[in-house]
Design a protein around this ligand. Structure first.
Ligand SMILES: [Zn+2]
Length: 212
């Protein structure tokens, strides 16, 4: 798929970043992300992904809670299905971020059911900090599961918004092949990012002890 003139203008900031480029932007536009989550982090991630060109589709039957109004939702949306809000609000953020219906990764607020193609990006926390855990196509599914199993749901408020923005960035990096296959980050406060060491599944752990 080739970029149209208006798309080159819309994404010029991203395309100019050497790491993204025209090819990278085409990759971001061509595959969607599935979103499972209606908190501050999930809705913020949806807005950032759509802004960057990735079509986002809601999954599941979650409805919007009283915390939802913000970036995408207004007070009238409370109690409405999240999928309807996303289908209506995201084209306003970016008219390109609609359509693509095949494949796509998953970005979800914990706890969540994980299936389908990578990238997988989990938005969670530990009660004090926010956390993002991610896996690309080469990352171990079981290590990912073992890591997210120990995390709580993500925070709301400003830290949740910051987590959503970080989650969208992580998702885009995975899609562009610019990320390690499995990893995580803690977010103690907006802008305060530290490494989150993923847990090892039994198989990967035994392989590591056997290797010299
Ligand atoms: Zn593993």
């Amino acid at each position: 798929m080739a970029l149209r003139e208006d798309q080159i203008l819309r994404y010029s900031r991203q395309i100019l970043l050497r790491e993204v480029g025209g090819r990278g932007q085409e990759a971001l536009l061509s595959e969607r992300a599935r979103l499972d989550g209606v908190g501050a982090s999930g809705l913020t991630a949806a807005a950032y992904l759509a802004g960057g060109g990735t079509p986002v589709a809601g999954v599941g039957s979650l409805t919007l809670g009283p915390w939802a109004p913000g970036f995408l939702a207004s007070a009238e949306d409370v109690g409405q299905p999240a999928t309807e809000l996303l289908a209506r609000a995201l084209p306003e953020v970016n008219p390109d971020a609609v359509g693509a219906d095949a494949g796509g990764g998953l970005i979800a607020e914990l706890p969540a059911a994980w299936s389908g193609a990578a990238p997988w990006v989990a938005l969670g926390g530990d009660g004090a900090r926010a956390a993002v855990v991610f896996r690309g196509p080469e990352g171990c599914v079981w290590c990912f599961g073992e890591t997210v199993r120990h995390l709580t749901p993500p925070p709301d408020g400003a830290l949740g918004v910051a987590l959503g923005a970080l989650g969208a960035l992580v998702f885009q990096r995975l899609r562009l092949g610019m990320s390690e296959p499995l990893g995580g980050r803690w977010l103690a406060a907006p802008g305060e990012v530290t490494e989150l060491e993923p847990r090892r599944c039994a198989r990967c752990a035994s392989r590591e002890t056997q290797s010299p």
